[in-house]
Each structure stands twice: as C-alpha cells, then as structure tokens.
Design a protein around this ligand. Structure first.
Ligand SMILES: [Zn+2]
Ligand SMILES: [Zn+2]
Length: 499
C-alpha cells in the first residue's frame, strides 16, 4: 500500500511522522507558536488557521465562478459539522467589508429525515428547535422541510429544465463589475427581502405512515440510504425552484467525497461520478448543485468548529449505530477512514481523482428530452449500451430466467412480455396485468432508470409505496414511449426529437 501511495503522492506514509512539539512555529507567520497541525508539515497558529480556512472557501468559489452576485443561493445544512462550518463561512464571507466580500443572497434549507430513520417526533422536534436557533442567529431566511413532504411533490421535480446558456465566464466578470457599481442600493433591498420567507412545513400523519411504509419496503440498508438521498435531493430541488434559488450549496468535505466516490462506483454509478462528486452538478438544469467544502478535510472542519465554536447539532441518521458492514456506503466509509488513519494521503489521492472526472455526454442524450434521463437521479441513462457489453449479457440472462415458454411463443404486440408482471396465469388475456395490478409495474419502472437506480429498485418489495410524483411521472413517460413505438413505423429515421 505504501508503495502505491508513494508513487502518487510522494512520501508522507513512509516517513516517520514527527511528533507535534509544543514549541513549533506557525508555518505562515513564522512568529506565533503553532496551536494545531493539519498535515505533517502544516502547523498553524490560531489566527493564521482562521485566515487559511476562510480564504479556502472564497478561493473555491472564486476559482469556479458559478455563483453570481445577487444570485439566490440555498445553503443545505444537515446539522453536521461540515455543513454548519459551510454556513459559518457564508456568514463570514457576506459580513466582510472588503472587495472580496461574497455577494450572493443566501437562504438555508434543512431536510428533516427523522421519519425515515425511525426517530420519535420528540427527537425530531428537539433537533429542529436546536437548528432553528442556529438559523435564526444568521438572519438568513430558512426552510425546514420534513421528508414526508415528498408525498406531495409535483411530477415536475423529475423533469430537468434547460438552464440559461448565457451564464459563462465572460458574463460573470461583467456581472461582478455591474454589481460593484450599483452596490449599495441593491444591498438594502436584498436585506429586506431576506426577512420574508421563514418556512417550517408540517407533515400529515398519512404521509408519515406512507414514508414508513416506503422505507420498510426497501430490503437493504444500501437501498434505503440510496433512496433517502434521492428523495432528499428532490425536496431540495423543489424548494429551490419554488423560491427562486438557482444554486444550492452542499457541505460535502473532501473526506466525505472520497467515500462517496468509492461507494458510488460500487453502487454502479460510475457513469454519473463526475456530477455526483464534482464542484458543480448541472443535472437539474435550472438549479445547479455546488460543493464549496470539497477542499476541506473533515479534520480541518472539526478543528475549526471546535476552535471557533461553530455550533452544530448531532442528529442520528439511517446508519447511526450500525455495523461497519451494514451497507455498501457504510463499509466504504469505514474502509476509507481506516486506511486514512495509517496512510494519511488516502483521502486526498481518491479526492484528486474525482477532480479529473468529466462526463462524456452521448450525442443523442444532449437533447433536453426527459426520456433520456433517469427518472430518479436525473442523470443520463447509461443502460443503452452495445449488445456486446457485460450489462447487456446480464439483462439477457435475467430476461431468460424470467420469461416462461408460453410467453415467449406468444406473438403479442411488442413490449407486452416486458410489461407483464410475470406471474403467469391469465397473462395472455390481459386479466392479470391490467386488472389485478396497477398499470405500472417493476419492469416498466426499471426501463426508465439508470443502472444504479435499477439496483435500488431491485431491493424494493413493492413499488406501490413510492411517492405519487414518481409513479405518475413514470406512467406518463411509459405512455409516451408506447405511443412513440406505435407511430414509429410512420416516422422518418432522423425525426427522433420531432415530438
Ligand atoms: Zn501564524
Ligand atoms: Zn438513476
């Protein structure tokens, strides 16, 4: 392991790590005595560390240039140390009176996932109250959204919108210049506006039960975690859209992203890695997800939070108090953290890899058509691959093991074998699929998903527990593709996007 590490990152692990000594000087100002050591060679005094930490945040935003002056940015806070540190950086950046001041208009969102993690309503209320006091302190508008609200989401959440194509770098500079000119006037209006929206949504008892049923129908913790993440993203996206936020900030640290990168690979999301772990994630089109904390290690965040009293709230999640091997995500996490303990460059090596990833968008999916995107994660569908691929071979053997002889000989209109629930009796007459079950089944839904989301669906006992916005949109897309199939004979070869 050391050899591999050495090749990539040089030294660190093979060298004897010098013990931190009390009289080491700060590497930056070279005057003060260092009060903390981040990496072997980086010893900082208190004030230099603060400066370094704050600078890093602003540098990340400056380097990527995706957040415009006056743009409404939704800061997603989970209560954990990283997202709370991010919130404190936003506060810090906006309050500064320098030309480097951050100039966007922030709002905060917290998704209360307690319903999916088996928390009692008292526990949930307690965490929400703690968070509220942190949020109120900032003076930013905030949204507290219980996960149960996914049962009242509209289907539009699943349709990626096209983004404003003009927002490229040259315009960014123009926007900044313009902003600096008319600085004062707008600042006061923005301040007044931000007082308005404070939202603490309530959920109905039916939705609480529906959410419990949904998570009970997922058989593995891996699938539960994946579903939770999908639903959380949808809620954040919806809240951002409804309230006019065009950017969302997620507080994922580089340690978290390293874990995420590896676990996403094992979950079959290789094709979507770039948007899952990159600085900006444009998959939704009109709302862009950003990850400004991606340069901080969890150690740096922990040190900063302790030193400068950044408040955070511990909220137990799905994987709290679970075994190391309880889920793929959990296993990857313990793998990376254990490795990092002995080989300190593990995380950064993985993380640097993530920086180099880019998505190659296949020509046909560049159209804004929603059918080429996965219904759940909204990434490009990666299942339309060559017949010679491993994925295709898996599909064929899966199909062969499911289809019974009578169905195979049945020369029904195309797709009916796929549509069938596969339970046999009455299938030919349509008595099984159309009356006993609802119009959408596992197989139909699967066709609309990317490879990884299919795996999650596979671990699901029944799709009837899914929130209505997902099933309704699936039915809509299914109908459309049926229709397309029916009229396909009459279409010209190139007319794919002619609808
Ligand atoms: Zn110093
Ligand atoms: Zn997907």
């Amino acid at each position: 392991m050391c050899q591999v590490d050495e090749e990539y990152n040089g030294l660190e692990c093979n060298q004897k790590i010098p013990l931190p000594t009390l009289n080491r000087k700060c590497m930056k100002c070279k005057e003060e005595t260092a009060s903390l050591i981040i990496r072997v060679s980086d010893a900082f005094c208190r004030s230099c560390f603060k400066e370094y930490f704050i600078h890093k945040f602003r540098a990340m935003l400056g380097k990527n240039r995706v957040i415009f002056p006056q743009e409404k940015v939704l800061v997603a806070v989970s209560g954990g140390a990283a997202s709370c540190a991010m919130l404190s950086q936003v506060q810090e950046g906006l309050s500064q009176d320098t030309p480097k001041k951050l100039r966007f208009v922030p709002g905060i969102i917290y998704i209360d996932e307690g319903g999916a993690c088996g928390q009692s309503s008292e526990e949930r209320q307690r965490s929400v109250a703690q968070l509220k006091s942190i949020f109120t302190e900032t003076g930013f508008p905030y949204f507290i959204v219980p996960l149960e609200l996914v049962f009242s989401l509209p289907t539009s959440v699943l349709v990626p919108l096209s983004s404003d194509p003009d927002r490229s770098n040259p315009i960014y500079k123009l926007a900044v210049d313009q902003y600096i000119k008319q600085n004062l006037v707008e600042e006061t209006t923005a301040g007044a506006m931000s007082q308005l929206s404070i939202q603490d949504s309530l959920y109905s008892p039916e939705h609480k039960l529906a959410l419990e049923r949904l998570f009970a129908s997922l058989k593995t913790l891996t699938a539960k975690e994946d579903m939770l993440q999908t639903l959380r993203q949808h809620l954040i996206l919806h809240t951002a859209r409804v309230n006019g936020y065009s950017k969302v900030m997620m507080g994922e640290s580089c340690s978290r992203l390293a874990v995420k990168l590896l676990s996403k690979i094992t979950l079959g999301r290789g094709a979507a890695l770039a948007s899952d772990t990159g600085f900006s994630d444009p998959r939704y089109g009109d709302v862009v997800i950003t990850r400004p904390m991606r340069d901080y290690s969890s150690k740096e965040i922990a040190l900063y939070s302790r030193m400068f009293n950044v408040p955070s709230v511990f909220i137990s999640g799905l994987d709290t108090k679970t075994h190391d091997k309880a889920s793929i995500q959990r296993l990857t996490e313990s793998f990376v953290t254990n490795l990092q303990a002995d080989f300190p460059s593990t995380v950064s090596t993985i993380y640097r890899t993530s920086e180099k990833l880019h998505t190659v968008i296949p020509a046909q999916s560049q159209t804004s058509e929603s059918t080429s995107k996965c219904l759940l994660c909204l990434c490009a569908i990666d299942t339309e691959v060559d017949k010679a691929s491993a994925f295709h071979a898996t599909l064929v053997s899966e199909q062969l093991s499911q289809i019974r002889p009578q169905e195979m000989s049945h020369a029904a209109p195309a797709m009916s074998a796929d549509q069938c629930c596969g339970e046999g009796q009455g299938c030919e007459t349509g008595g099984c699929c159309s009356s006993k079950h609802r119009s959408l089944n596992h197989q139909d839904l699967k066709a609309l998903l990317c490879y990884s989301c299919r795996l999650t669906l596979k671990d699901m006992e029944t799709i009837d527990t899914l929130p209505p916005y997902i099933t309704t949109e699936a039915e809509k897309r299914q109908k459309r593709s049926h229709m397309k199939l029916e009229i396909s004979e009459f279409l010209l070869e190139d007319g794919d996007d002619g609808d």
